[in-house]
Design a protein around this ligand. Structure first.
Ligand code: GP9
Ligand code: MN
Length: 426
């Protein structure tokens, strides 16, 4: 009830961290292009297989300062069973996913105050999701309406001929190619989310699309993981070229993120072989880093930033870049660019990382040496804080508490009935 939302609001209000003055509002009204790198883990960056870079284009975004990207090297995914859907939920709401199942499915009719709606109401943004799969996967065609997403371009908008499809759906290269004319016709400013698919378990790839040899661990999906990552990298390069040609590159915020791990804990034998060291539970937890990269128009890239952070931090960061105070909204994350950014990264199972410590499967570690630590009061307190924060986020979803919250005086609750994805939308 409304007491619960007050408890949550007090918590998030207290956790709120002031923006970095130099960046607050710098990107007001700019187009936002958000690119989902399916199953992409940070260890791929700069990784060399057979002496070759696997993802040379993404590496160049990280290292070539003239690209003006900022790369967060200690950014973690925070997803659970909802996988892609959890990543979407977390990043567009700054809430955690649920401990079991996918909130996208079980809480698909809740009230949300999600980024697409916030951007529309504050600065007149049009929002769209592009994805070469069926619209009902993860219940997207229902929950997107509650999130206030204006357009959803699913497989019905693409040429799904046999040679263009593999695994779950449309291959990434035709996906980006065919998305361009739709993007160009969109009303600006837009918030456009591109969700890739080819680099997805079990990492199937047609011979003509494979430009790097597989790894040689004898674990087929691990071996192919590098080939589909390369294909994704190439598709991204092509997309950036097309964005530049269309005049949509320079003046847009461009954001790339990995949604969750691609190699599960069932494959630690192969991973240990690849890394030449035993992939212990602590090491496996360290591998839950996914990339987060952002380019902001007219702002020089800051290179690589080592702040500990997670997907929950993305929405407050974007709000602040656009000049919207995140404090007005229920947000569990904090602005990545804030000098006092909160570096406690909570995982859905209660484990965590901080700059100095980690808890993995309930055991504490020194994050610098990887050595196990005896429990101390400090560590137990961090653990309790994480539990508390997750439980408050759960209350929001379980009790549908945003029904009782109005972020600003002008806020208009989203009405799912105003959204249609079934007809020809453009
Ligand atoms: C399906 C795609 C994959 O549309 O988003 O979801 P995942 O299996 O990664 O959660
Ligand atoms: Mn996914």
């Amino acid at each position: 009830d409304s007491n619960d939302i007050t408890e949550v609001q007090n918590y998030t209000d207290n956790k709120y961290i002031e923006p970095n003055d130099k960046l607050f509002g710098v990107a007001e009204g700019k187009n936002i292009i958000k690119i989902h790198l399916e199953s992409f883990q940070s260890f791929l960056i700069d990784y060399k297989l057979h002496g070759e870079e696997v993802t040379p284009f993404i590496n160049s975004l990280v290292h070539d300062q003239t690209n003006n990207f900022t790369y967060f090297e200690n950014f973690f995914h925070q997803t659970e069973q909802g996988k892609t859907a959890d990543a979407e939920l977390i990043m567009d709401n700054s809430l955690y996913g649920l401990p079991q199942g996918a909130a996208f499915v079980t809480k698909g009719k809740n009230t949300y105050q999600a980024l697409p709606a916030v951007l529309k109401q504050n600065q007149g943004y049009t929002s769209a999701v592009f994805h070469g799969d069926g619209k009902s996967f993860w219940n997207r065609d229902e929950i997107y309406k509650e999130l206030g997403i204006d357009y959803f371009f699913d497989e019905a908008y693409y040429d799904m001929s046999e040679d263009q499809v593999i695994g779950y759906g449309l291959k990434d290269k035709p996906f980006f190619k065919e998305s361009m004319p739709i993007l160009e016709s969109m009303e600006q400013p837009f918030y456009a989310h591109f969700m890739t698919l080819t680099h997805h378990h079990p990492y199937l790839i047609d011979e003509e699309d494979a430009t790097i040899a597989p790894a040689e661990t004898n674990d087929g999906s691990v071996d192919r993981y590098f080939q589909t990552a390369r294909y994704l990298d190439e598709s991204l390069e092509q997309f950036f070229t097309d964005l530049k040609e269309a005049g949509l590159y320079e003046d847009s915020i461009i954001m790339l993120y990995g949604d969750h791990y691609g190699i599960s804990e069932n494959h630690t034998r192969a991973l240990s072989e690849l890394f030449g060291e035993e992939v212990t539970p602590f090491k496996y937890a360290e591998l839950q880093r996914v990339p987060f990269m952002i380019k902001i128009p007219e702002v020089k890239g800051k290179g690589t930033i080592d702040n500990y952070s997670g997907q929950v931090d993305v929405m407050p960061t974007l709000l602040h870049l656009l000049g919207i105070k995140a404090q007005d909204y229920i947000q569990f994350g904090t602005d990545l660019f804030s000098e006092k950014h909160n570096g406690l990264v909570a995982f859905r199972n209660g484990d965590f990382f901080t700059e100095d410590y980690a808890m993995v499967k309930g055991i504490f570690y020194d994050n610098h040496t990887g050595e196990e630590l005896e429990p101390t009061e400090e560590l137990e307190n961090i653990k309790l804080k994480v539990e508390h924060e997750l439980s408050l986020s759960d209350k929001v979803l379980q009790g549908d508490l945003l029904r009782f919250y109005s972020p600003t005086e002008k806020w208009e609750p989203v009405n799912a009935k105003d959204y249609f994805y079934d007809e020809n939308q453009i």
